[in-house]
Each structure stands twice: as C-alpha cells, then as structure tokens.
Design a protein around this ligand. Sequence first.
Ligand code: FMN
Length: 185
Amino acid sequence: MITVQNYREVLRLLHPRPVVIVVTISSSGLVNGCTVSWITPVNIDPPTIAFSLSPKRYTYKLLRESNEATINIVGIEDLEKAHYVGTVSGRDVADKLVKAGFTLTSSVKVKPPTIKEALGVLECRVVGEIEFTDHNLIICEVIHARVREELFADGTWTEEARILLHVGGNKYTSTSKHVRAEGGD
Ligand SMILES: Cc1cc2nc3c(=O)[nH]c(=O)nc-3n(C[C@H](O)[C@H](O)[C@H](O)COP(=O)(O)O)c2cc1C
C-alpha cells in the first residue's frame, strides 16, 4: 500500500458513491439543484439521512429558506446532466435544472419539486445541522419516498437500476450484477 496525503484523495478512498441531485426552492419560488455524493442513511425510524453541503453553495441558502429538499437518485444515463448541475451554480445560471435537460414535476409532501427522470426520490425536511470547517452536515427526515416501480423489487433496487456513482473528478461508474452472500439474509 502507498500513503495518501492529499485530503481530497483521502476522502476519495470512500468512493464510488451514489450521486443525487438535491433540489431546493427559495421563499420566492426559485428552484435550484445541486449534485451531491456525500450522502448517507443515519437512522431507520424515523427514516433519516444526512448529506454534507458546503455553505458556499447557492443550495445552502435556499435550504435555509424552506427547510425542505428532494433528494433525487439518478441513473448513469443522466451522467452529463448531473455533472453539469454539479459544476455550475444556480447563482450564475437561473433554471439550472431545466438548462441541464431535466424535467421538474410536483412533489407529494414538500414544496421543492422532483426530477421526473430520477430513479427514486426522497422528500425531506431538515431536522438538524452540524458545522465543520468547509462543509456542514445537513440532517433530514424523509417524509415521503417514491421509486420507479420497475426498478425496485423485494425491498431493493433491481439489477436494471443503473444508479450513477461518482468515482472522483469527472469519473463516474454504475452498479452491475447483484451477487448474493452464501450466509443467507
Ligand atoms: C459528482 C459531484 C458530487 C458532488 N458532491 C457534493 C457534495 O457532496 N457536497 C457539496 O457541497 N458539493 C458537492 N458537489 C459540488 C456542487 O454540486 C457544486 O458546487 C454545484 O455547482 C453547487 O450548485 P449551487 O451553487 O447551485 O448550489 C458535487 C459535484 C459533483 C459534480
């Protein structure tokens, strides 16, 4: 093994990670999206997730205004769109999600819309925040979840759900064949 010293590279040892688009809305109704891969489940009941967001993001400002977000899980087919959303700011580009080629549709329980092309979506309410030095951990309760019926069976994604995973920089990959452990469930 070799020693990894660069901080960014140290964290990349925990990639590939699922790519989601966090969609937020301002108090005046402006919609924005931010690509995020530092996201994790943290509690089962109530279902709670957390993601790491730099306070420099326009998304951070919008999140503070509405306290709600949709977490849109995207497939490898939307790689270019997700990369675009993650490389330009909504501060500079209005309607970034639509410009990226995504379609927006109403959510069930929260104000921020859902991305129609998403494979699944978690509708969330912010319940906590932990400050670090360059990113803050945003903790959210999932108040509604939807998934594409044909891509979810027996409580898991099917092999056909080719979830987009971020390797680092502009490198991405996706999931492949499922393999079962011999030890049973
Ligand atoms: C694949 C990918 C993953 C990213 N993950 C994160 C993340 O976990 N947290 C974060 O704050 N920014 C992340 N970013 C950067 C933001 O998506 C990017 O700064 C974006 O332009 C912010 O948009 P906004 O200013 O409109 O909110 C990621 C970017 C890419 C391309």
